[in-house]
Design a binder for this molecule. Structure first.
Ligand SMILES: N[C@@H](CCC(=O)N[C@@H](CS)C(=O)NCC(=O)O)C(=O)O
Length: 378
């Protein structure tokens, strides 16, 4: 298969970890020179996207992996026990959607990281643009910092809390990894694969967080290498049949962070808003984008929960006794993204994570700009 991806991308790293573990060969190409064609065939121009030998295209790492599991059942990454499976998927969702902000922050807020990564990306994905390299680097630096840091709620007020997200994740992972080589067993599960997005491709590679990981949390650096290498070292899947007690701090962190963001996102989306505020662990975030894709993530979590039998549902509730977790099993908060209604993913037309309502976004930008101009004139 062909993976349209980028060597330093979060979700490409997640998918590559999976493909390597499963022993599925692939070649990689960069999609950004061929945007109209990719958009037509896969929906959004984002990475990773898979072009299959049968001519079909798959996008969005979560449904891609779920689909590939049905075609390649050897060494499953989905736990057989339904409760463990649900918790593994919840950890994956947190890795995908909550750790994204600290990962982007470390990459684009720190000068050394920003300089290095803009150079790598300029040379990898913008060579089709007929512009001098320094301009291409400038465009990348500005776009990424503005879009994924400044306009994703990272400010002087939230800075330390954003960084704490990285440390908390590593602390909670080590609590689990003290007792076994992978989070939920003696082989990688979808929870490990999901965490490789941020932990391998951002925190493990970008200079500032990689030094922190290497020096202060070498056990996590070891896990990154172990998970990347698992295709060669693990011959069969050995996942737990019940959720271990040592998952408790990780689950509490997910409840206090990711689930709060999902709840605020679903509420704001329901109100038709494009930007939102949220208080996470006492820290006030403002000007956070309302992601339609994250509303869909909540829908998918609810579907997974609904598919459990009563006994398994009761066990999940016991594992998640924290305020706000009932978001998953009650319907007090609506979650209707209108995305992938037919549940065709990964074979549907995908959307970008930050895509909400493009027309409303544009109107809001015009309003904001004219307001700034009025202020300046006054
Ligand atoms: N939910 C998607 C997210 C993919 C995604 O957001 N990829 C990023 C790179 S890691 C991207 O392509 N962003 C497009 C952009 O920045 O324009 C997945 O799991 O594959």
């Amino acid at each position: 298969m062909k993976v349209w991806g980028v060597s330093v991308s979060y979700f490409t790293g997640k998918l590559e970890t999976y493909l390597r573990y499963k022993g599925l060969p692939y070649e990689m190409e960069h999609p950004f020179a061929d945007q109209p064609r990719i958009r037509k065939l896969a929906g959004a121009v984002q990475v990773p996207i898979i072009e299959r030998e049968d001519g079909r295209w798959m996008s969005d790492s979560t449904p891609i992996i779920q689909h590939l599991e049905t075609e390649h059942p050897d060494r499953p990454v989905m736990p057989a026990d339904p409760v463990v499976r649900f918790i593994a998927l919840l950890i994956e969702d947190y890795a995908d959607e909550w750790l994204w902000r600290p990962a982007m922050h470390f990459r684009w807020s720190y000068e050394h990281d920003r300089e290095l990564l803009s150079r790598i990306l300029a040379d990898e994905i913008t060579t089709h643009l007929r512009l001098p390299r320094f301009v291409r680097r400038f465009i990348i630096r500005t776009r990424q910092r503005r879009g994924y840091v400044v306009n994703d709620g990272v400010t002087d007020i939230t800075w330390d809390h954003v960084e704490a997200g990285f440390y908390n994740a590593m602390r909670n992972m080590l609590t689990m990894l003290k007792n076994r080589p992978f989070l939920l067993g003696d082989s990688p599960s979808i929870a490990d694969i999901g965490l490789m997005g941020p932990m391998l491709r951002h925190f493990g590679q970008d200079p500032t967080p990689a030094a922190i990981m290497r020096n202060d949390w070498p056990g996590v650096a070891e896990w990154v290498a172990r998970t990347w290498h698992a295709g060669q070292t693990i011959s069969q899947s050995a996942l737990l049949s019940s959720v271990p007690d040592d998952a408790e701090p990780m689950l509490r962190e997910i409840a206090e962070t990711h689930l709060v963001q999902l709840a605020e996102t679903a509420l704001a989306f329901d109100r038709g808003e494009n930007r939102m505020e949220m208080t996470v662990q006492g820290c006030r975030y403002t000007n956070v984008p309302v992601s339609r894709y994250r509303v869909y993530c909540l829908e998918r979590l609810r579907e997974e929960f609904d598919a459990l039998d009563a006994n398994a549902q009761a066990k999940v509730k016991t594992l998640l006794p924290y305020p706000g977790c009932d978001l998953i099993w009650t319907r007090t908060i609506p979650a209707q993204s209108g995305y992938d209604v037919q549940r065709q993913a990964p074979f549907n037309q995908s959307i970008n994570v930050f895509e909400n309502n493009p027309v409303a976004e544009k109107l809001e930008w015009v309003r904001r700009t004219s307001r700034n101009e009025e202020d300046r004139a006054a």
